[in-house]
Design a protein around this ligand. Structure first.
Ligand SMILES: Cc1ncc(COP(=O)(O)O)c(C=O)c1O
Length: 400
């Protein structure tokens, strides 16, 4: 069969070979690659109890097809959660999805035709890059520094694109504890981003996968909170605050867009069983979110200790000339090697030395990111992180 001649144009182009966060690692190698949640923090016993309750008390609904937008009661719970964060939204603004990934995919399908310009941060999340590649978007970069997306560079890029008659449709941003850089968009830049997008009539897709996992510093208001019902869509997930395997997330969007999003969500509905399970775990019944909130606080403690271990080990073992970010939350730090260095070329040596990392080049759609590497502190306990960085430090000393 000549499949190639049958493929759609989006499938015909092979995806770049990515180093996936969950790729198998040889035994004895410490995987600083794994951007996975800590498996020891999954609340397994509480979920067993919640699942039993759901099946016994609501089994006939939980095992049936459900409403495509997500059950009203669950959306009401999410509304309460958002309000506590300063986001004014109603149940009509919420669409329950299969993880944040489906949210990104739906929003991409809502706005992006082949050839449309989508602006992304450089570096950015590889899953979103693949989504925009599938949509055959013209993906263009805006640089990121320690304060998040460089909004002066964004302003220039927007002017250029408008002058070329190619205004972008969408700006995709991860403003808080960015994947992969760990950086957070500063307060003045948040306002600048919302103002620029509004002025140019561009939609903002705000991916807040990690914002709840803050270990230090003050919380900053979401972009959505600055412009509810106006040009911002937020995608959220339970992957990092409860369990990635539930595949549960939600989109917060202007009411006007909901009918179109529902039209595009063709999976019948996000699993009603999973939704009921998350709801039974998260809430104490009186619409209170205490149990989920307590769990998030536990996670903040776990990940804070891991971040601290990784950053202290970098202080101790990284050779001069190597820099890294100091995230206030999330899962990652981002390492920049001296000019001319190539992180990808060091990976084989690092693996031989018993440690692995993600080369940063794949997080850039246009420019050269080979000086960078992403290190995850989420998956391993502090002692292993320290040992991993000690090994990596030796490899970097030898190579640089
Ligand atoms: C920035 C970002 N957005 C979205 C996701 C999607 O996660 P999920 O589909 O598990 O909700 C991830 C997961 O790694 C991520 O890092």
């Amino acid at each position: 069969m000549d499949y190639q001649s049958l493929f759609s144009s989006r499938a015909a182009k092979p995806a770049p070979a990515l180093f996936r966060a969950g790729a198998a690692i040889p035994p004895g190698v410490i995987p600083l690659t794994y951007g996975f949640p800590d498996p020891g923090s999954f609340p397994i016993e509480a979920l067993v109890e919640a699942a039993t309750r759901v099946l016994r008390e609501q089994g006939k609904d939980a095992l049936q097809y459900g409403p495509i937008q997500g059950p009203e009661a669950f959306r009401a719970l999410l509304v309460a959660k958002l309000r506590a964060e300063g986001i004014q939204a109603g149940a009509e603004n919420i669409l329950v999805t299969v993880g944040g990934s489906q949210g990104i995919d739906l929003v991409g399908h809502l706005f992006v035709n082949p050839g449309d310009v989508v602006l992304v941060e450089a570096p950015t999340f590889i899953g979103a890059l693949q989504t925009f590649r599938n949509l055959e978007a013209d993906i263009q970069e805006v640089p990121v520094d320690e304060h998040g997306m460089d909004t002066d560079a964004l302003a220039q890029r927007l002017e250029q694109l408008v002058a070329q008659g190619r205004p972008p449709k969408l700006i995709y941003t991860i403003p808080t504890f960015q994947n992969p850089s760990g950086t957070t968009l500063s307060e003045p830049r948040r306002q600048a981003l919302v103002d620029l997008a509004r002025r140019h009539g561009v939609m903002i897709l705000e991916d807040d996968a990690y914002g709840e996992l803050r270990f230090s510093g003050e919380a900053l208001p979401a972009l959505y909170a600055r412009a509810p019902e106006e040009g911002v869509i937020q995608v959220r997930t339970f992957s990092k605050i409860l369990a990635a395997g539930l595949r549960l997330g939600y989109v917060v969007a202007p009411k006007e867009l909901m009918a179109r999003l529902l039209q595009l969500k063709v999976d019948v509905a996000t699993s009603p069983f999973v939704v009921s399970l998350a709801q039974a775990f998260a809430s104490d019944g009186a619409a209170g979110l205490e149990p989920l909130q307590r769990h998030i606080e536990t996670l903040q403690g776990v990940y804070r200790a891991r971040r601290d271990a990784m950053l202290s080990a970098l202080e101790e073992y990284a050779p001069p000339g190597v820099e890294w970010t100091h995230p206030d939350g999330g899962f990652f730090t981002w390492v920049t090697l001296p000019e001319g260095a190539d992180a990808g070329a060091l990976l084989a040596k690092a693996t031989e030395a018993g440690v692995s990392f993600i080369p940063g080049a794949q997080n850039f759609p246009q420019t050269d990111g080979r000086r960078h590497m992403r290190l995850s502190f989420s998956f391993l306990p502090p002692e292993q992180l320290t040992e991993g960085i000690r090994r990596l430090g030796r490899v970097l000393h030898d190579a640089l």
